[in-house]
Design a protein around this ligand. Structure first.
Ligand code: PHE
Length: 446
């Protein structure tokens, strides 16, 4: 792979683009709402700091050492370290995760395109909280328009990946990502004044230890992986494009901090309105779409502000989905010799098709349940809670035990011996044991 990010700044922007997406703004609030709030958030913050950051460094490090698609990279780096080339299976495992995530992700990103148009055409203007809920039900019940948005989103994503127009995207990300941050801050300020900020703060940031639950632990851990875009090889590929002199530790900490901030801003804004209007916190995947339009309906210039919000959200989803598609496309190009165009078309088609199952489970196939879960829930939960964390354990293990310490040190560009030891200890022991513990605890039937 020849391409490279032009600077450390672009690397941070592109990687933040992969990390910050629907996971922060759409998924985090509804997951927190369904899992009791504060304790979920606390577990999530701990998981990001102690497991997410070191694992993200591990994954980027592996990419930097191998400089190919995840499968070839793992094969190459393992062979170089004198270990079995079968580590490549981890690359395929990650690819499976990316295919599934991209499939349902595009459906949700499609919702934000639909809502972007609604905002701009003034459909929210003057609506009451109740009317916003009705609008949402109506929107979700029509599969045809949802398929249109899903198709549009998938096509644009794969078109960008096919053309390899990363430069254009990098430049756009430099404006759009800070823009999103800015719009979220305004939204937060608005909800501090208009909504019930105190209740939101207590709900999200004051953990109630009496409500400790095993599933909250697993969901928080899985969400940490999802939101940091780790465990599936997306970060590995971004690491393969890393300029030679970029230090990994500080860059990854900046990315993780931005990622967490966006999630918290979004959560606080949404729950301030949830409590103000007496809506249930466990609003499910539609939570954001049922709550934010209430603010856009009532704030001055809400039509434009709402439109801007959904536009930036769409962009954030776009940069994330590109990071999912890119490793898959490179995989087909490098291993199967396909052209970039053909590979992008095939990946797009596969994920689009699988996405239809997730999409229909919100309307026509609502009643089809697998062990009580809808198809969307099965897709989202197995990838987030099983595929990504298992991938994460293995990436951490690989970086800690398979790669020779001197290569790791060199690849991370970590001069401080104490920090290197700390990282090594985290990826060797804490990350794998922490993940295993959450699995056993979360899946224990008693
Ligand atoms: N991190 C992205 C988000 O929060 C989702 C993602 C998951 C991206 C896995 C790449 C790989 O929206």
């Amino acid at each position: 792979m020849k391409s490279q990010w032009s600077s450390r700044f672009t690397f941070i922007m592109a990687t933040t683009g992969a990390a910050v997406g629907l996971g922060n703004i759409w998924k985090f609030p509804y997951m927190a709402g369904e899992n009791g709030g504060g304790l979920f958030v606390l577990f999530y913050l701990i998981a990001v700091a102690l497991i997410g950051i070191p694992t993200m460094m591990a994954e980027i490090l592996i990419g930097r050492l191998g400089r190919h698609n995840p499968v070839n990279t793992l094969e190459l780096v393992a062979t170089h370290a004198g270990k079995t080339p079968q580590w490549k299976l981890l690359g395929w495992w990650g690819a499976l995760g990316l295919v599934l995530v991209l499939s349902f992700y595009s459906v949700i990103a499609g919702w934000s395109i639909g809502y972007l148009l609604k905002a701009w055409f003034g459909e929210f203007n003057g609506l009451s909280a109740h009317q916003v809920q009705v609008l949402w039900q109506h929107f979700l019940s029509n599969p045809y328009t949802l398929i249109l948005w899903h198709t549009l989103f998938m096509s644009i994503t794969l078109w960008v990946v096919a053309r390899g127009v990363k430069q254009g995207l990098e430049r756009a990300a430099n404006i759009m990502m800070p823009g999103l941050f800015f719009v979220l801050i305004i939204l937060l300020i608005y909800s501090i004044f208009v909504g019930d900020f105190k209740a939101a703060f207590n709900f999200l940031l004051m953990p109630n230890f009496k409500e400790i639950s095993a599933s909250a632990l697993i969901y928080a851990l899985g969400h940490a992986f999802f939101t940091l875009a780790i465990g599936a090889g997306a970060m590995l590929v971004y690491g393969a494009y890393l300029p030679k002199d970029t230090k990994l530790g500080s860059s990854v900490c900046i990315i993780a901090a931005l990622d967490v901030l966006v999630a918290l801003f979004s959560g606080l804004a949404i729950f301030s309105l949830v409590f103000k209007y007496g809506l249930p916190p466990e609003g499910g995947p539609g939570l954001m779409f049922k709550v934010l339009p209430i603010a856009f309906a009532q704030m001055p210039a809400g039509q434009w502000f709402g439109g801007l919000f959904f536009l930036l959200l769409w962009f954030a989803a776009w940069t994330s989905s590109i990071s999912m598609a890119e490793p898959l496309v490179v995989l087909l190009v490098e291993r199967r010799g396909l052209t970039r165009n053909r590979a992008s078309f095939l990946i797009g088609l596969l994920c689009w098709f699988l996405g239809l199952f997730a999409l229909l489970s919100f309307n026509a196939w609502e009643n089809i349940r697998i062990l009580g879960f809808t198809i969307f829930e099965v897709m989202a939960d197995t990838t987030t809670n099983i595929i990504l964390p298992i991938g994460g354990i293995l990436f951490a293990y690989f970086a800690g035990w398979v790669i020779a310490p001197k290569d790791a040190k060199h690849g991370l560009l970590m001069e401080n011996p104490f920090l290197f030891k700390l990282w090594q200890w985290l990826v060797r022991y804490l990350a794998p044991i922490g993940i295993l513990f959450s699995f056993i605890y979360g899946l224990w039937p008693f």
